[in-house]
Design a protein. Structure first.
Length: 118
């Protein structure tokens, strides 16, 4: 079992940056693949990025490739989402997720709101 708590959301102007940390409980953080998803108002939740247990491999949605970077610090039980060149269409609730393999996530945080006004 792992509990996930996202933070770092807020209101940022277009072109700005935010970094979202997601802190995980437990001593087995390095056993989990981690991911970020987002859900905009009136839309389904969508994949943003994921990272392997070691941090060597990462994947991104086409919509964020080149602007967002996922990383992790296994010593701090934390995964990060660095978001640069933010656009109004990035406005969403951002969720952190964990699973034993990428693509299958069993644990979810409650989300943090990111708003980029147009």
């Amino acid at each position: 079992q792992v509990q996930l708590v996202e933070s770092g959301g807020g209101l940022v102007q277009a072109g700005g940056s935010l970094r979202l940390p997601c802190a995980a409980s437990g001593r087995t953080f390095s056993s989990y693949a981690m991911a970020w998803f987002r859900q905009a108002p009136g839309k389904e939740r969508e994949f943003v990025a994921d990272i392997s247990q070691s941090g060597e491999h990462a994947n991104y949605a086409d919509s964020v490739k080149g602007r967002f970077t996922i990383s992790r610090d296994n010593a701090k039980n934390t995964v990060y989402l660095q978001m640069n060149s933010l656009k109004p269409e990035d406005t969403a609730v951002y969720y952190c997720a964990a699973g034993f393999r990428t693509g299958i996530y069993n644990y979810w945080g409650k989300g943090t709101q990111v708003t980029v006004p147009s």
